[in-house]
Design a protein around this ligand. Structure first.
Ligand SMILES: [Fe+2]
Ligand SMILES: [Fe+2]
Length: 348
């Protein structure tokens, strides 16, 4: 039996072509039945939308194996979707995340067709606009970030969280675009790591660690072939494992020799990894993750920036307007502790 996936009717844009067949779900004697609503390639007209609204239908369905076409449709129309006042901020966050997830997955799986830089920068442009203009973007993006680790979900989490932190730090719109692009691609060099090492449950041998440690340089050598990637984005790929105390890799540079964006990414990258489930360890909750970073990794980070990050997550709680705080959201008591530990008594 074919598997269908639900999509929200409101993600469709009037007068656009949707490349995949769309179905309506009905029930006959309690058994679900999918009835063709429109063929792939057909124009979605205003009268079709009215018909759905009149019949209180807010979900349509696509074949699971055509979902990529639907995601491509969302990616191509992302600017319009994000500018549409009729769509909720939560819906927009879901689409921003899902477009980035599919794009990154494609980049990491299909290495032959290049990096598709125009698609990456277009996603970053649109996401930065959304984050800067929509005050609910924070709350909603935090809610949709993935709890389970894959290189592509980690890349999207790091990019989204880094952009929200960039807004908190007051970065310019142009800076945020380079930051978002660099963070989405920061682990791109991992495509050169053999899968048995990349997905190995448990700790790596010293030889395997040496292979993993090559991914920043591998990323740079792949990405410098691209014409339209900015230096500010590349620096993130090159330096995101450099530690502030000079003990990182690949070049063991330290302090402000490490560019600002790379110092930001060192913090975000570590935080996302610690708060994500891995096959060999469970995710830490946000507050425990911050304590772990403070107790055992503080010398890896730019001290002032790490203090800002703790304040950012503390302040974030006031922005989370939902009962489901999501992966990075903290509870009230945690916030007070974090602020006591770090914002009020800056001692990291
Ligand atoms: Fe990395
Ligand atoms: Fe990473």
């Amino acid at each position: 039996m074919k598997e269908f996936l639900a999509i929200n009717e409101s993600t469709l844009i009037v007068d656009t072509e949707v490349d995949c067949d769309l179905y309506i779900k009905s029930h006959v004697n309690g058994v679900p039945r999918y009835v063709l609503f429109s063929h792939g390639g057909e124009m979605f007209r205003g009268d079709r939308r009215r018909k759905l609204v009149e019949n209180n239908i807010d979900k349509l369905y696509v074949y699971a194996n055509s979902y990529k076409s639907f995601n491509d449709y969302q990616e191509q129309n992302l600017k319009t979707i994000l500018a549409d006042d009729g769509k909720s901020s939560g819906e927009k966050s879901n689409i921003v995340y899902s477009v980035a997830k599919n794009l990154t997955q494609e980049l990491l799986n299909d290495t032959k067709s290049g990096v598709k830089m125009d698609r990456v920068t277009s996603w970053a442009d649109n996401t930065v606009d959304y984050i800067l203009k929509d005050e609910n973007a924070f709350s909603n993006l935090i809610k949709v970030t993935s709890h389970d680790y894959q290189t592509y979900t980690h890349s999207v989490n790091v990019s989204v969280l880094g952009l929200l932190f960039g807004k908190f730090l007051g970065f310019s719109q142009d800076s945020m675009r380079s930051l978002g692009t660099g963070l989405l691609l920061h682990d791109f060099g991992k495509i050169e790591i053999p899968l048995d090492i990349l997905n190995k449950p448990g700790s790596l041998t010293s030889d395997e660690l040496k292979v993993v440690a090559k991914h920043p340089e591998a990323g740079i050598s792949l990405l410098t072939k691209e014409d339209n990637i900015l230096k500010e984005s590349l620096v993130i790929v090159a330096q995101h494992h450099e530690n502030y105390d000079g003990t990182g890799y690949p070049n063991r540079i330290g302090g402000n020799e490490i560019e600002l964006f790379a110092r930001v990414s060192r913090i975000i990258d570590a935080y996302d990894a610690i708060t994500t489930n891995r096959c060999y360890k469970n995710a830490l909750k946000p507050f425990s993750a911050l304590l772990e970073m403070r107790e055992n990794m503080a010398s890896c980070f730019d001290t002032e920036l790490f203090k800002e990050f703790i304040c950012f997550l503390g302040n974030a709680n006031t922005l989370i307007k939902t009962d489901q705080p999501g992966k990075y959201g903290m509870q009230g008591g945690d916030i007070a502790s974090v602020q006591n530990h770090s914002c009020i008594q800056p001692s990291v």
